[in-house]
Design a binder for this molecule. Structure first.
Ligand code: APR
Length: 226
């Protein structure tokens, strides 16, 4: 079966990685305009690097959980396109063979000058010279607000071809990710939301499994892999 899965910060919450919009979320402590926009980077690249260096260290300490591993199991039984808004590498370390990072990755560095990409070091600084052009304009390879998410053609195609579309651990507040369920449903997919609570786009899903990802995702996958 062709399955498209969209994950958000909630799937990594039980691995100890903070989500964004919970009461102790990242956006309670940091202003999006300061650390997650191109303008914020131009204004204070050091602040942006400190924010992502902290997130990179948190992600490096975290371990994949049962939900990440269940999605890897799902890919052993079905044609799964795993689309994630997350920038950690827990899906890869949990065994998923292919992950589409629509918001980029903490493991990537990008030159704001020439566009060259290379593997990020654990601690990055704007002054790090670009290996290709030498300019000191190193930024995290993360898609910031106001920028175009990565791999959208591939994502729309996978969502349109999917027989099942599942969203896991996302609040449904950021587009285009939040619009994928409606797109899938219009294309005829069976849609399900797995989350601790109803998301902002809960009405776009035909079904919902409520609970922590480490319980509801393995249960959902077991039902598809019998
Ligand atoms: N199990 C399942 N769901 C959970 C769990 C859990 N243990 N813990 C939290 N959640 C759910 C919350 O109910 C919420 O719906 O995860 C979601 C987290 O929402 P956000 O913090 O808004 O994260 P996300 O939806 O991934 O944000 C989308 O916004 O700031 C940008 O680029 C950033 O990719 C991010 C995007």
């Amino acid at each position: 079966m062709r399955i498209a899965v969209l994950t958000g910060a909630g799937i990594s919450a039980e691995s100890g990685i903070r989500t964004f919009r919970a009461t102790d979320g990242l956006w309670e402590e940091h202003r999006i305009e300061d650390v997650a926009t191109p303008e914020g980077f131009l204004r204070d690249p050091g602040l942006v690097h400190r924010f992502y260096n902290m997130r990179r260290a948190d992600a490096a300490r975290a371990q994949p959980n049962a939900a990440h591993r269940a999605l890897a199991e799902l890919a052993r039984h079905h044609q799964v396109t795993l689309i994630t808004q997350n920038v950690d590498d827990l899906h890869e370390r949990g065994g998923s063979p292919e992950v589409v990072h629509m918001h980029g990755s903490l493991l990537g560095a990008l030159c704001a000058g020439c566009g060259h990409r290379w593997p990020a070091s654990l601690v990055m600084r704007a002054a790090d010279p670009c290996p290709a052009c030498g300019r000191p304009q190193t930024r995290p390879d993360i898609v910031w607000f106001g920028e175009i998410p990565y791999h959208m053609e591939r994502i729309w195609e996978a969502v349109e071809r999917a027989q099942v579309f599942a969203a896991i651990g996302t609040s449904g507040q950021v587009y285009p990710a939040a619009g994928l369920a409606q797109h899938a449903r219009r294309a005829g997919a069976e849609t399900i939301e797995l989350n601790l609570a109803a998301s902002a786009v809960a009405g776009d899903f035909a079904r919902r499994q409520t609970g922590p990802a480490t319980r509801v995702v393995p249960e959902w996958v077991a039902g598809l892999c019998r």
